[in-house]
Design a binder for this molecule. Structure first.
Ligand code: ZN
Length: 456
């Protein structure tokens, strides 16, 4: 963890009393940390022990047993093809729902989509299988997905009959999501604050078609997507050259400064350090691996915070080939990935909604050294925190307690960094951070027309 030493200090400061909080001259505690002041919840931590590598392996083995799960494969057979696969997923999720007193709402989510990648541009019925764990707020959703379709695209993208085991791509991610639905419905049958969608999606291999249709559906239904995750290719630990890594995971999320997906990446980084410290999170601030894609992308394009989890070491000599079989999947590693998923999804769902309308303005009274940060109150927030980082820092380095106020006088050189605000629930769960827009200071006198161009 050599990189940790390079990170600036995390300073947790205490609010200054009844008046509008301000940054104190001296911080009260300091520690270098990527956890950015997130807190560990004992109930969530306890649930991680329920995640079973053996169950994930059993689910993936059934998926592989259907021979192929190609989007255009057989839909009527009970033993082969994508129809058998989705009925298996549906029945499995329904069984979990029965075990939790009907706490999960399980559904087929069908969409008729044209596959423009194929020469004859066929129409296909693309069917996602979803399990909803409703929270107090059913309009805010956290999506965790894996794609259950497979292909041997490296040989023939349209071959819908030959074996395409897809054990790692993406039987691994699909099985992890199914296991999350089992553990979280058992442990948290009443849900959290936000609603969770456990999504096994289809037609990823033809251009993210199932995920794109689901993302659009959620937006059309007026849902707010708190975060959208995909587990895709999360089980290989051996590279072609023999290198092994089963103790780190890559996350992909755009950080285009400021970026909601970037805030999600920092959140996952912190949650990983808190809950699954033996699985090192390696954030990459990029939508995906170069030339590759995943089911988080449609959400990112709609402006939602979106992130992909993927194995540290890939072996492209197995992906999209008949060799992507169970021997290439390390299930204890997948289980660790699922634990990181669980802690992340539960923490986000338990937290209040992110803060809206965060604006920072240069404070005239301080000669421009300080900044006033304002935001809108959030339902369910017990208090707020203001965070700061230099533009060169990959994560937040200073956390200030702003108390219950919706205004904070920040003693930081915001010209050289970023400020953000997050809501803290009564039980200590933190929302995603919202980066402050930097507005011009309010004009003291009636404005004369601006003659100076912006950016000077
Ligand atoms: Zn995939």
């Amino acid at each position: 963890m050599r990189t940790l030493r390079l990170l600036p200090l995390l300073l947790v400061a205490v609010s200054a009393g009844a008046q509008r909080p301000t940054s104190p001259a001296r911080p009260v505690a300091a520690q270098p940390d990527v956890r950015i002041g997130l807190a560990r919840d004992a109930h969530i931590a306890a649930a991680l022990a329920d995640v079973s590598a053996a169950r994930i392996r059993a689910t993936d083995s059934v998926l592989v047993s259907f021979g192929t799960r190609h989007t255009m494969s057989d839909t009527t057979s009970e033993t082969r093809g994508i129809g058998a696969a989705r009925r298996f997923l549906y029945n499995e999720l329904r069984a979990y729902s029965r075990d939790c007193g009907g706490c999960l709402r399980v559904e087929y989510d069908p969409h008729d989509v044209q596959i423009t990648r194929f020469r004859d541009r066929p129409m296909a019925r693309v069917v996602n299988v979803l399990a909803w764990l409703p929270g107090r707020d059913t309009s805010r959703v956290v999506v965790i997905s894996g794609h259950y379709d497979s292909c041997i695209c490296s040989i023939n993208a349209a071959d819908a009959t030959s074996d395409a085991p897809g054990a790692d791509d993406d039987g691994s991610g699909t099985s992890a999501v199914v296991e999350l639905a089992r553990v979280m419905s058992k442990r948290f049958p009443k849900g959290f604050d936000a609603t969770i969608v456990f999504a096994t999606v289809a037609a990823e291999e033809q251009g993210l078609l199932g995920a794109t249709a689901l993302a659009r559906r959620l937006h059309d239904e007026g849902k707010t997507v708190v975060a959208a995750f995909t587990d895709d290719i999360i089980g290989n630990v051996v590279a072609d050259d023999g290198r092994v890594d089963s103790t780190s995971v890559r996350t992909y999320a755009v950080d285009s400064i400021p970026s909601r997906s970037g805030e999600l990446a920092r959140y996952v980084w912190g949650v990983g350090a808190l809950y699954t410290p033996t699985l090192a999170v390696r954030p990459t601030f990029r939508l995906d691996r170069i030339g590759r894609g995943g089911d988080h992308s449609p959400y990112h394009r709609l402006g939602d915070p979106a992130l992909r989890f993927t194995e540290r070491l890939e072996d492209t000599k197995r992906q999209h080939l008949p060799t992507d079989d169970l021997s290439g999947v390390n299930f204890p590693y997948v289980a660790q990935m699922a634990r990181l998923n669980l802690a992340t999804v539960a923490s986000l769902s338990a937290a209040p909604a992110p803060v809206d309308s965060v604006v920072a303005r240069r404070d005239r009274a301080s000669g421009g050294q300080k900044w006033t940060v304002n935001w809108k109150a959030v339902a369910g927030a017990a208090r707020y925190e203001v965070l700061f980082r230099a533009t060169t820092s990959p994560t937040w380095t200073v956390v200030y307690d702003a108390g219950t106020s919706t205004s904070f006088l920040l003693d930081e050189q915001l010209d050289d960094g970023w400020a953000a605000v997050r809501a803290v629930g009564a039980d200590g769960h933190r929302s995603l951070t919202t980066v402050a827009a930097t507005g011009a200071p309010p004009r003291a006198a009636p404005a004369t027309p601006a003659t100076r161009p912006p950016g000077t």
